[in-house]
Design a protein around this ligand. Structure first.
Ligand code: HGY
Ligand code: MN
Ligand code: MN
Length: 414
């Protein structure tokens, strides 16, 4: 057998893998809660590594836990073509977000094995650590490190709520690899992902051709105040860090509503405070928020308004504020030739398809900084995601996975 235009993935094999994954780190009904570097993440990683080895891949793990399964090429010293996504999920995550991209890449490799097709260039399938940023901020932490955005030491120091650090948890679960993180340039990167939006499902379109990404700015903000008694302490003397964070987050929500008519979004995502107890004002708090817009200049002005809101919230609550971390991604970051290839394979395979932007962040955003990169979207029911009701039917999955198979081989064989 060999690779021909009518080659297709083995959908039932991919669905079986997705079912196995759905049983590891089970969350609410139908969903997952498989936070990065948790015991459940380790279990899923071990399963994925086993599958890679069964598929004849050489497995390596880098210093921030990214897992690579390498399939040799005929000219094996050429830069590899990468494809993958993430196996970690949100706290109330779905069974497809990220997971479909990793297991879809594995299925492509298995199908090439079935066909006995060895590509000219080597292929590497990838699981990126901590894409969600749910346990360790910021999101896309390990793909960002691979792309040179974050130093390994800084990544290892990222704290979790329970006092653990990224590096200590990586060590604990046995995935603190020795391979340097990054420092190499892949030939290209593909990422298969559910749309995480309603367009493809609503229009009954089979494949999403991702032309660009919403411009996004994220903030981690810290406030310092003073503890005091909630009873006798006069209002004018209060320095309640919890109030400062709350005022910021309401201000961020107002920015979202201001830009909603043009499709902008602003999210008050997280608020933690100490001591955060009855009877006492909190003297420490942290808040995470982000703003997103299809128009970069709008996104940038939303970000400017967030910075003003930080100062206003601090002043109103009598606290000091510090922006501990900021992250920015998105724009026209994908490779036109790869996007065209994906579009032509979608058409050539007889699938309906349409161009659209990505509104959610993805590891591909960082890979796009170092090599030609493109994404392929599948529909997901009503666009529901980061929710246990997230769902992609077999008919939703198969077309985009087949497009990945053909676009990957075209790139790896050129
Ligand atoms: O933040 C995001 O959009 C991604 O899911 N990490
Ligand atoms: Mn994702
Ligand atoms: Mn996600």
């Amino acid at each position: 057998m060999t690779f021909t235009p009518d080659a297709r993935i083995n959908l039932n094999r991919l669905l079986a893998d997705l079912d196995r994954s759905a049983g590891i780190g089970v969350g609410r009904e139908g969903g997952l809660s498989r936070l990065a570097l948790s015991d459940a993440d380790r279990e899923m990683r071990d399963l994925f590594v086993g599958w890679c080895r069964e598929a004849g891949l050489a497995v390596s793990v880098d210093e921030v836990g990214n897992i690579f399964g390498r399939r040799a090429g005929r000219e094996d010293d050429l830069p590899p073509v990468l494809m993958g996504s993430h196996l970690d999920t949100q706290a109330n995550g779905g069974r497809f977000d990220g997971i479909l991209g990793v297991l879809g890449a594995l299925e492509v490799v298995r199908m090439l094995n079935d066909l006995g097709h060895v590509t000219r260039r080597p292929i590497e399938i990838v699981n990126w650590t901590n894409e969600e940023g749910a346990r360790f901020s910021p999101p896309m932490l390990a793909s960002g490190c691979f792309a040179g955005e974050y130093a390994v030491e800084w990544v290892h120091e990222r704290p979790a709520d329970d006092g653990a650090t990224f590096g200590s948890e990586l060590q604990r679960i046995g995935y603190r690899g020795s391979v340097p993180a990054g420092g190499r340039v892949p030939d290209a990167y593909f990422e298969l992902h559910i749309e995480q939006g309603p367009i493809l499902d609503a229009e009954k379109v089979q494949v999403g051709i991702v032309t660009h990404a919403y411009r996004s700015h994220g903030f981690l903000v810290e406030f310092h105040g003073e503890t005091a008694h909630t009873g006798p302490w006069p209002m004018e003397k209060r320095r309640n860090a919890l109030v400062a964070a709350a005022r910021l987050l309401v201000g961020v929500d107002d920015i979202g509503w201001e830009f909603a008519p043009s499709g902008g979004k602003a999210t008050a995502a997280r608020l933690v405070a100490w001591p955060n107890k009855t009877g006492i004002l909190s003297d420490w708090s942290q808040a995470v928020c982000d703003v997103r817009h299809d128009d970069p200049s709008n996104a940038d002005s939303m970000a400017g308004k967030v910075v003003v809101a930080v100062e206003a919230a601090a002043a109103r609550a009598g606290c000091e504020a510090r922006i501990l971390d900021r992250w920015t991604w998105g724009g026209r970051i994908f490779d036109d030739a790869l996007v065209d290839s994906i579009r032509s394979h979608a058409g050539g395979l007889g699938y309906t398809h349409r161009d659209l932007p990505s509104q959610a962040g993805h590891d591909a955003y960082f890979l796009a900084r170092i090599c030609p990169t493109a994404m392929i979207f599948t529909p997901c029911r009503d666009g529901i995601t980061h929710n246990n009701a997230e769902f992609a039917a077999p008919d939703d999955i198969e077309p985009a996975a087949n497009v990945l198979l053909h676009a990957l081989v075209e790139r790896a064989d050129r």
